[in-house]
Design a protein around this ligand. Sequence first.
Ligand code: PHE
Length: 371
Amino acid sequence: MVDVATLHFFYHKIDRIHSLVIRHQTFDICHFKSGDVQNELDKIHQQALEALAGAETDREIEDLAIRYLGRKGILTQFLRNISQLPTEERPAAGKKANAVKTALDSAFKLAAEKLASSGAAADAKIDVSLPGRVPAQGTLHPITQVNQEICDIFLSLGFDIGEGPEVESDWYNFEALNFPKNHPARDMQDTFFVSDDVVLRTHTSPLQIRTMEKQPPPVRIVTPGKVYRCDSDLTHTPMFHQVEGLLVDENISFGDLKGILTTFVHQMFDEQTSLRFRPSFFPFTEPSAEVDILCVICRGEGCRVCSHTGWLEILGSGMVHPALYENVGYEADRYTGFAFGMGVERIAMLKYGIDDIRRFFENDVRFLSQF
Ligand code: PHE
């Protein structure tokens, strides 16, 4: 018969053996013969150092440290199970195992420090072949681009570039351009007044007077600039840009006006763009004509953009009124010439198919970066 105490003793023993087998898959102390332990620890130490010599990254060193010194690591388990050894071997084995543990611990630390100071760890994380990030680059505003394009065309036709003030006297903006005081034509110009006599220029036409005052004929000039009108909707902003043109010499005819403006339209849009000269009125030109181009959207069929007329107005023009020559001291019976003025935003809208003029002033990069 086996008594209960003996049974318990055996269960306890089996339990212990079982847990050793489970826990010591990497290192089973039970397999050591007496006297083997010292050798075995030397071997573990040696293997760890060899593996460490081959480690090239932080990660590899860390994995080795876990494998040998971690909570379930080879040396930790060894120390934990020293009690399984014969009593007389335990002190020496414990001492040796601790020494190996300390030695490996400092070997791992040293290897990690060396790696960090050599920069290899950092280098391993940087892929030098990756393309760099390209900084976003600014572009010229579409209005600036179209403005330059317009001026370039006229420069190539022999015109010069000029400019003048945005705050103008009533004389230059109106009076000298043959707008008498209280003339209804002034009404068309939704003027911002600075004072009774001073305005924000409503067009670039004052440059016709300023240019002729400064120089004798012949005159061949284009003058780009900002102009102001008290108006705001889908196709109007209180500030917009115009380019004015003026050509004065002997024997200049309406045929010259048509030739120059036809060349301009063909270069600005394309050779196929039809245009027409439609009679109009401006106090400072006689005769006057507005220039329309065939609708760029429907090609003349009629659509919303051209109000179903098939045509789009792009500029005002005409032969310089003799009254202007009187005002600047030119010989009115000797010289003739023509002038024209166009809205830069309008040309840009037609060229790029933009239906709201306010897009140009919202500074939305998604819009601007398309140009
Ligand atoms: N200044 C006129 C406008 O703003 C355009 C124009 C310029 C007309 C020159 C004729 C000659 O509407």
